[in-house]
Design a protein around this ligand. Structure first.
Ligand code: FEO
Length: 386
């Protein structure tokens, strides 16, 4: 895989892991990217997941062709990249480890050492010459962890962007970038919009032609598309006008109401309607859909005086990831004492910049003319927003 002269990809594909970070399904696997920069000096950019240490070191060995790495640059200490690093530092005891002070503190916690005598602590704007290539370090705290930094190679106009611009999916599977990058962004980085905005602002002064993330493909063309999406996502902006209806249903009545609402919205000219069953569909996909669109309908059953567990999980994800600046509407079902809307609203009231629909819907068991009329009024109100 050609990135630029003297920059070689030595990452690995993981098709064995069941859940990334213990919670995200990865139907097309995951890539852990690592790179070697060959110049008068040799730098290795990050490691891979520890289950792939041998494969990674084998690729590194083949790339080095007898040379020894001068620097190991650790941009991010999360174990999906760092759990192979002790094998590297044991194999190459002369290599200097380059990282932020925060990363070295994490190395103490994970590895029991800060590599005293062979470490280089770097700060914002600091440079490291490899010969013809000079690297500049750009601090990127909380994109995704606090110790994170990016690295810019001015000679090749290459940005090493840590987790940013990454996606789910191994590199030997061809799939749409936007969808899995969006699910990855809102799941992994979504809470840290302000931090992403800050680093995007800093990047404006660099001429970036190639982005080398720690997950997903190397980005070489149409960079404005990827940078534009990151700008929208990190500003919590609306990427696609439309309504997401996230629901739970016990005996199918709430599901029927949701299906009728979706039909009414489409009939009334709503540009896009997405329906997701929170008990069965991927919640990370539901979360990215909520962030992608501008209107969210929460439809659920009253349960134990509150609302259904999988809706709890969903709203909790939204709260965790700082969901904001959207319109929310409620559909509740309750056979004898509907209470779901009040309980959901008690949580969403804590979100920033939420506008509520005036027409909410209450169903008492099965749909009837009265509740159908409420659905129609809600559809009318929401469709008028486009
Ligand atoms: Fe890919 Fe935040 O680790």
């Amino acid at each position: 895989m050609h990135i630029a002269d003297g920059i070689v990809y030595i990452g690995v594909n993981d098709h064995e892991l069941d859940l990334f970070e213990g919670q995200y399904i990865i139907p097309n696997g995951m890539a852990y990217n690592s790179y070697v920069i060959l110049d008068e000096k040799v730098a290795v950019m990050d490691g891979v997941d520890g289950n792939f240490t041998d494969e990674w070191l084998g690729k590194l060995d083949a790339t080095l062709d007898g040379r020894t790495p001068d620097y190991l640059i650790v941009q991010h200490m999360e174990p999906d990249h760092s759990s192979s690093l002790m094998a590297f530092t044991d194999k190459y005891p002369e290599t200097v480890v380059v990282a932020t002070v925060g990363a070295f503190n994490m190395m103490q916690n994970y590895f029991g050492t800060k590599f005293q005598g062979r470490n280089m602590i770097v700060k914002e704007g600091q440079t490291l010459s490899l010969g013809a290539k000079e690297l500049t370090f750009i601090m990127a705290p909380n994109v995704h962890w606090p110790e994170v930094m990016f690295t810019y190679d001015a000679a090749d106009k290459v940005l090493f962007s840590a987790d940013a611009f990454g996606k789910f999916g191994a590199l030997d599977v061809d799939e749409d970038w936007d969808c899995e990058a969006r699910r990855y962004y809102f799941g992994i980085v979504g809470k840290f919009g302000k931090n992403v905005q800050a680093v995007l602002k800093k990047l404006a002064k660099y001429d970036v032609q190639v982005i080398c993330p720690l997950h997903g493909p190397i980005l070489k063309e149409d960079l404005d598309h990827y940078l534009g999406l990151y700008q929208t996502w990190s500003a919590y902006g609306v990427e696609t006008p439309g309504v997401v209806i996230a629901y739970t249903s016990v005996y199918g009545h709430t599901k029927k109401a949701v299906e009728e609402l979706a039909g009414m919205l489409a009939d009334k000219g709503c540009p896009r309607v997405v329906v997701t069953d929170l008990a069965r569909d991927d919640q990370a996909e539901a979360v990215e859909d909520a962030f992608r669109h501008n209107i969210l309908v929460l439809a659920t059953t009253t349960y134990c005086g509150g609302f259904f567990p999988s809706m709890h999980e969903f709203i909790s994800h939204l709260e965790d990831h700082d969901y904001q600046n959207r319109t929310i509407a409620f559909v509740e079902n309750g056979s004898w004492m509907p209470a779901a809307t009040k309980a959901m609203k008690a949580i969403t009231d804590k979100f920033t910049g939420i506008e509520y629909a005036e027409n909410n819907v209450t169903i008492r068991g099965a749909l009837n003319d009265a509740s159908r009329a409420q659905l129609d009024a809600l559809a009318e109100e929401l469709a008028a927003k486009f």
